[in-house]
Design a binder for this molecule. Structure first.
Ligand SMILES: [Zn+2]
Length: 872
């Protein structure tokens, strides 16, 4: 599965008190024959199911998972003797026990079930959605534990079976599933019956069915037909996705050493979709906006996301689908692997987009979450559906991916790939554990992977490596110490005995381009580098999952050499390392700003992105009211040379990186620096885009609308609302949509909040609009009040697991009063499975309050010396 938007946004929430447990080991399925007859008007479906299974021991019971299933008739046949079965629900376990009078012998049996189910509106199981024209469709989303809402099943990942799926659909509706269609015949009545070919052996959560009005474009790669489906009128916007999928499939066939095993590949854009995308075998489903894009006008950022999400889901076709984790506690290996893998094919396809630098930024982001006391180890036990759902978080995706990247760098790309191949070969069409993966990697590499990995997987957090370098003759002695890094400075300064085995790479000012790579296994270790270096970088090559802390003198020396002696990736890690030292009070914020000044001439999009992220943070949280103007002036001055180089308007033939960098810089100038020229340019672009949407590319338009909204009036607001009704692409829709959260006028923001919970907004989008208002300084408190007073509506939006997004968004507050409100509200409105997210939010607020008290005066004095008024 692919989460959407914020790292913290896809943590679970449960409103039920489900405490499902494991199925008893009584039987294992071999094949499911499933016929679904959806009734879109009544929002129900009829199911006819035959499970071929083998009983592991004699007995008179079979237990299956089932939720919201109305059983009509159940017959169990063993030894040629059919018996009607009694159905006893065990609701709290999400199971049913099927029992017969005469005992069943061990061995082959079949269970035939006729039943009805609900096409729910919660975007899970088999659910009902509506496209832009109001046409209804049914779609499935089974991961993690919702297949049981569509068919009674052994709904645990290691009960793999083959599937023969049939859909009985209304005339004119298309049916899509995991396999190719083998027959499509008229009847019964005015319906038609679509039989799909037998699938490979796979887990219950990977079955899929979509029935509705869809059309497609088609291509192929390596002998596999590939289709991109959309609701009517949008298929041409699938071209970029198709081209991506073709490239990626060819790449993966080579990389994995096993050809794509499902015969065909469909990618389907679905208007109502709770996650970002889902890797059902041969039938990947997506939110429309992450699949369909106007190729000419579409933004580079969205194209990058579409390509990498497709690469993510396609990586799962091997890693996750072909070889599946035995139990959900290893879901991190699936998600971490797919997240790590998703940039590989696309970085080769589009080198100009610098995906590899985005990975470095992602690692820095993940380290930020992992530096909280309330983080979790990668490996975590989970039993109930809520606990399982909660595992799909930034640690499972981001941290696991970063750790794999570090491991690949340590072993070498080809050695690591050989380990991946060996693991897939050994466990294809079956299940495996993370230990099986380490064993394969240790065996192929002859390196202590099985010793290194547990230190990253079993314990929470990440270390900071403190670097002390001293020159002696023509050698630099480097003393390294490791200690768990916490943003909470008291915790960081307290004793801590966690220990990691860390693949490190060192590089000094005098050691040229070569890096020295070692495995650090002790708390304190010394290494030497040739030459006499003024600084030594502890994360050369930028693939390490740790922070590095430097002596103040070394930071200054590093800053002045950054542009000439560090790669862009190394500049990104050093910059975030200096920030990490500021956060724990080991360096004043002025040292960070001095480092940023050292990068002022940097024209690398990814580096600029990271610096601006921190400058925006400082502007939002650390500048006191009296210094706001001074800081804004400093920012304008800081960005002036870069703006001069990049220009306000797109130039013919410029790179995609230049385009995204411009938008980012104008954004900071407008938002943080309140720069009159940036705001005027944005208004100009927004007006032009409203008058003629085809005339402005979405890269520029997205940023421009949000800035134009800051000072926008009700007339501008009404224009956005009107434009929202007739967008030419999903991206265009979201440009208008999110601009509604960026207004400065409280009356207009109130309209946005009311609109978010109205029937005009898709359930999956409601919360991100509210969170948008919450992130807007002008709407922060208003959004929070709205959430509290409209909690019933808010908690219902976005599907059963979404309102944790709201819990996560409260982490944007930075004062004790708001923290106390958050605490008292969520104490009264407990969200069982967002407990960790809640604790993290409170911790983030506390950290921010502490940082403010600690650095605000330092910042004021730095601005006094270095601001525009103070000369320099
Ligand atoms: Zn995934």
């Amino acid at each position: 599965m692919k989460r959407i938007f914020a790292v913290i946004s896809f943590v679970a929430l449960t409103l039920s008190l489900a405490t499902a447990q494991r199925l008893p080991e009584l039987a294992r399925p071999d094949n499911y024959k499933l016929t679904f007859t959806p009734d879109l008007d009544k929002a129900t479906f009829e199911g006819d199911e035959t499970i071929s299974l083998h009983l592991l021991k004699p007995g008179s019971e079979i237990t299956l998972n089932a939720v919201d299933i109305d059983f009509h008739e159940v017959t169990i046949t063993a030894g040629g003797i059919p018996q009607k079965a009694k159905v006893t629900p065990e609701k709290e376990k999400e199971m049913v026990v099927l029992s017969v009078e005469k005992p069943l012998a061990a061995g082959a049996a079949t269970v035939h079930i006729t039943y009805s189910g609900i096409l729910n509106s919660e975007m899970r199981g088999l659910y009902l959605g509506k496209d832009d024209q109001g046409r209804k469709y049914a779609a499935s989303q089974f991961e993690a534990t919702d297949a049981r809402r569509a068919y009674p099943s052994f709904d645990e990942p290691d009960y793999k079976a083959t599937f023969d799926i049939t859909a009985v659909a209304d005339k004119g509706l298309v049916a899509i599933s995991n396999q190719k269609i083998i027959s499509d015949t008229a009847g019964p009545g005015d319906k038609h019956t679509v039989h799909f070919a037998t699938t490979v052996k796979m887990s219950s959560y990977l079955a899929a069915l979509v029935v509705g009005n869809f059309e497609y474009i088609e291509g192929a790669a390596d002998g596999i037909p590939i289709r991109v489906y959309s609701t009517p009128g949008k298929k041409e916007m699938g071209k970029f996705a198709l081209e991506s999928a073709e490239y990626i499939l060819t790449y993966y066939d080579k990389y994995f050493g096993i050809k794509y095993p499902y015969g065909k590949l469909d990618l389907i854009g679905i208007p109502d979709f709770s996650a970002g995308a889902m890797e059902n075998t041969g039938c990947i489903t997506f939110r429309e906006v992450i699949l369909l894009i106007d190729e000419k006008q579409g933004s580079v950022n969205l194209k990058k996301e579409i390509a990498s999400v497709i690469a993510h889901e396609m990586a799962h076709q091997w890693f996750g689908d072909l070889v599946t984790m035995k139990w959900w506690d290893d879901i991190w290996l699936n998600e971490g692997f797919a997240t790590w893998m998703e940039t590989k094919p696309v970085a080769q396809w589009k080198p100009e987009w610098n995906y590899k630098l985005d990975e470095v930024s992602d690692t820095a982001q993940t380290l930020n979450t992992d530096s909280l006391a309330n983080t979790r180890p990668i490996h975590q036990a989970a039993e109930t559906p809520a606990q399982i759902q909660e595992l799909f978080d930034g640690i499972a995706y981001g941290k696991a991916a970063s750790v794999l990247r570090m491991l690949e760098s340590y072993l070498g790309e080809e050695t690591f790939r050989a380990g991946v191949n060996a693991y897939l070969q050994a466990h294809q069409y079956a299940n495996a554990t993370a230990d099986n993966f380490w064993e394969a990697q240790a065996k192929t590499s002859h390196k202590p992977v099985d010793k290194i990995m547990p230190t990253w997987v079993q314990q929470p957090g990440a270390p900071m490596i403190n670097v002390k370098a001293q020159c002696s003759g023509n050698t630099t002695n480097v003393m390294l110490t490791q200690k768990r890094y916490y943003i909470d400075r008291e915790k960081f300064d307290a004793p801590n005995d966690q220990l990691w085995q860390i693949p490190i790479c060192l590089k000094g000012s005098a050691s040229g381009d070569g890096a020295k790579c070692e495995l650090m296994t002790k708390r304190e270790e010394s290494f030497t580098l040739p030459g006499c270096s003024t600084w030594v970088l502890a994360n050369a090559r930028a693939t390490g999952y740790y922070h590095a802390g430097y002596q103040p003198g070394a930071v200054r020396a590093l800053a002045s050499d950054a542009e000439t002696k560090l790669t862009p990736a190394e500049r990104i890690v050093s910059e975030s390392d200096v920030w990490a030292s500021v956060r724990v009070g080991h360096e004043p914020v002025g040292d960070y700003l001095a480092f940023a000044q050292g990068l002022q001439a940097d024209r690398n999009r990814a580096v600029v992105d990271n610096v601006l992220g921190h400058l925006n943070y400082i502007g939002k949280y650390l500048v006191n009211d009296g210094d706001k103007e001074e800081y804004r002036a400093w920012l304008r001055q800081y960005l002036a040379p870069a703006m001069k180089d990049v220009g306000w308007e797109p130039k013919p033939g410029e790179s995609d990186e230049q385009k995204t960098m411009r938008t980012r810089m104008i954004g900071t100038l407008g938002y943080q620096a309140h720069d009159p020229q940036a705001l005027a340019e944005a208004k100009k672009v927004a007006d032009q885009a409203l008058a003629d949407p085809a005339s402005v590319d979405h890269e520029l338009a997205g940023g421009a609308f949000r800035l134009a909204a800051m000072n926008g009036d009700s007339e501008f607001y009404d224009k956005l609302m009107a434009a929202l009704k007739n967008p030419k692409s999903p991206e265009e829709y979201y440009i208008y949509f999110y601009a509604l959260a960026a207004f400065g006028d409280p009356k207009l923001l109130q309209r946005t909040l009311d609109f978010a919970v109205s029937p005009d907004v898709r359930s999956q989008d409601a919360l991100s609009l509210i969170v948008g208002v919450m992130r807007n300084p002008a709407g922060e408190k208003m959004a929070w009040d709205f959430i509290q007073s409209h909690w019933d509506a808010v908690a219902k939006a976005g599907g059963p697991f979404a309102s944790a997004e709201i819990v996560g968004a409260t982490s944007a507050f930075c004062d004790a009063g708001m923290r106390d409100q958050v605490t008292s509200f969520f104490s009264a409105h407990k969200i069982e499975a967002a407990e960790r997210t809640y604790k993290q939010s409170i911790e983030r607020i506390n950290n921010c309050v502490d940082l403010k008290s600690q650095q605000e005066p330092q910042l004021a004095s730095w601005l006094g010396q270095h601001g525009t008024a103070g000369g320099n």
